[in-house]
Design a protein around this ligand. Structure first.
Ligand code: SIN
Length: 487
């Protein structure tokens, strides 16, 4: 794909701060296409001072935005949703060009991201408080909820659109102003969102996008500026921990959507075709580069052989290539380091006794394309099962009993998504209640949507995104104690 095919009106080359595009020649970095390695566009890199300017703008703009009625904010958000959906194909082309996922998935992400805006435009009008019986005859207790204040965010490259909208939409719905640093690998989707936000009528200073290859300088402002009330992050657990430390000195409210190590459990009584279909979508979506991708496939001994044969059959049908080709099912990994890290995990597993049933390597040395892979004879202590793979590798681990697999599944510091396949309703409840995870897919391989609470437990983070719970992370509770009412 060449830049000529991308919609020029949506293709921006610098940060969007206080309603103004910032593109100077002072410091630039290239955004490249992972499918080809070709550069798409050079983008101006924002500095710490630029980021502080965005915070200044957010602080100044927020009172007027907060003073609007919920319905007025909802109308602006709804227009943003509509414009995004009108430009779904253009946005998907930009997303595929900078991120590498196939066009069908990119179109899906644009709709997925837009759905958060639609959902929270509706939730803006449902920020309800409470009344509580007074402690004395002349008193009444009222609880109101108000937007938390200026919100800052750092978002990842694997979902360059949806990870922004599911943070920005509840923030704006709650009356907050928002400053996001988009991933330096994928800034273009974020900037296109800002362009459409402006067209939708989001006032200057309310939605600011920082693009920069100086993550540390920008991150220090977003986690350290005392005027920012809340910080939200999606990314790895290791980086999340550092950012949490940085937020501590100004006691920011935080929500963190961090790493996962999802177990995908297939019991003997499962509908095997459904389980294979679920494994395919949950494992190979975005070439395995999602926090909710199944990472360890536990298969009960009675169906292990049959499930692996069916899975290999399905994997053999996947077409790998440049995502801009509409026949492609699986694109490249984001960069060479990612391909090397997946190769290393597979090499260690093979050394430990695992066997390759299909795939197992990059297409050719030095390539970002890692083949869709199934490994058998994997044991739970191998690094391919203890670490987040973030690549298209399905390690199969045999188990015997329900108790054993619950123990294996929970034997990790993280707890984001998990999946079980069984037709036994009693087992569904027993296993779901025992799994230490924020989300469980029951006979479902894709569970993310705007109406459901997305988030994890343990070191997978804190807070929930989407759903009626998602807006709570952007609100503060204020207790009003009214006295003297009997005089
Ligand atoms: C993620 O990988 O962080 C998000 C995945 C999703 O929203 O389904």
């Amino acid at each position: 794909m060449t830049t000529r095919e991308l919609n020029k009106n949506l293709l921006k080359n610098g940060s969007y701060i206080n309603g103004v595009w910032h593109n100077s020649d002072a410091s630039k970095f290239e955004v490249s296409n992972p499918a080809t390695g070709n550069n798409i566009i050079a983008v101006s890199s924002a500095s710490a001072d630029d980021t502080t300017q965005a915070v200044d703008a957010a602080v100044a703009a927020m009172p007027a935005w907060r003073a609007k009625t919920a319905k007025q904010r909802a109308e602006v958000l709804h227009r943003w949703f509509e414009l995004i959906m009108q430009h779904q194909d253009d946005l998907a082309a930009i997303l595929t060009a900078e991120q590498g996922k196939p066009l069908t998935e990119a179109r899906g992400e644009i709709a997925y991201g837009a759905n958060y805006i639609q959902w929270f435009s509706e939730e803006a009008k449902r920020i309800y408080g409470d009344t509580i019986p007074g402690a004395s005859p002349g008193s009444r207790v009222v609880v109101i909820k108000q937007g938390v204040g200026v919100v800052s965010a750092i978002t990842p490259w694997n979902f360059p659109n949806a990870m922004i909208t599911r943070k920005a939409a509840p923030a704006l719905a709650a009356g907050c102003a928002f400053v996001v640093k988009a991933a330096s690998e994928t800034p273009l989707s974020a900037l296109a969102l800002a362009e459409l936000g402006e067209q939708a009528g989001i006032p200057a200073g309310i939605f600011n996008v920082i693009v920069s290859d100086n993550a540390r300088a920008v991150g220090n402002v977003l986690t350290g500026d005392p005027r920012i009330a809340k910080f939200t992050f999606t990314g790895s657990t290791a980086v999340g921990k550092k950012l949490l430390e940085q937020c501590a000195s100004t006691v920011k409210k935080t929500s963190m959507e961090l790493g996962g190590n999802a177990p995908f459990i297939v019991f003997d009584d499962a509908d095997l075709d459904a389980a294979v279909q679920g494994a395919m979508v949950s494992k190979f979506r975005n070439a395995g580069q999602t926090c909710v991708c199944s990472n360890r496939l536990f298969v009960q001994s009675g169906v292990y052989q049959k499930f692996s044969e069916k899975l290999v059959h399905a994997v053999n049908k996947l077409k790998m290539g440049d995502g801009s080709d509409s026949n492609v099912d699986i694109g490249p990994l984001i960069n060479l380091e990612a391909a090397e890290s997946v190769s290393e995990l597979v090499a260690q597993a093979l050394k430990g006794g695992a066997k390759t049933l299909v795939g197992g390597a990059v297409n050719e040395p030095g390539s970002r394309y890692f083949q869709a892979t199934v490994l058998s004879n994997v044991t739970a202590d191998m690094s391919v099962a203890t670490e987040e793979i973030f690549g298209p590798v399905a390690p199969l681990i045999k188990f015997e009993t329900e108790e054993e697999v619950i123990g294996l599944a929970n034997d990790t510091d993280v707890g984001l998504a998990s999946y079980i396949y069984t037709r036994d309703i009693g087992r569904v409840w027993r296993v779901c209640e025992a799994l230490e995870y924020g989300m469980v897919g029951i006979n479902e391989g894709i569970i993310s949507n705007e109406m459901a609470p997305f988030g994890g437990v343990k070191q997978s983070g804190m807070g929930r995104e989407g759903s009626k719970y998602g807006i709570e992370d952007y609100l503060e509770i204020k207790y009003l104690c009214m006295g003297g009412l009997d005089r």
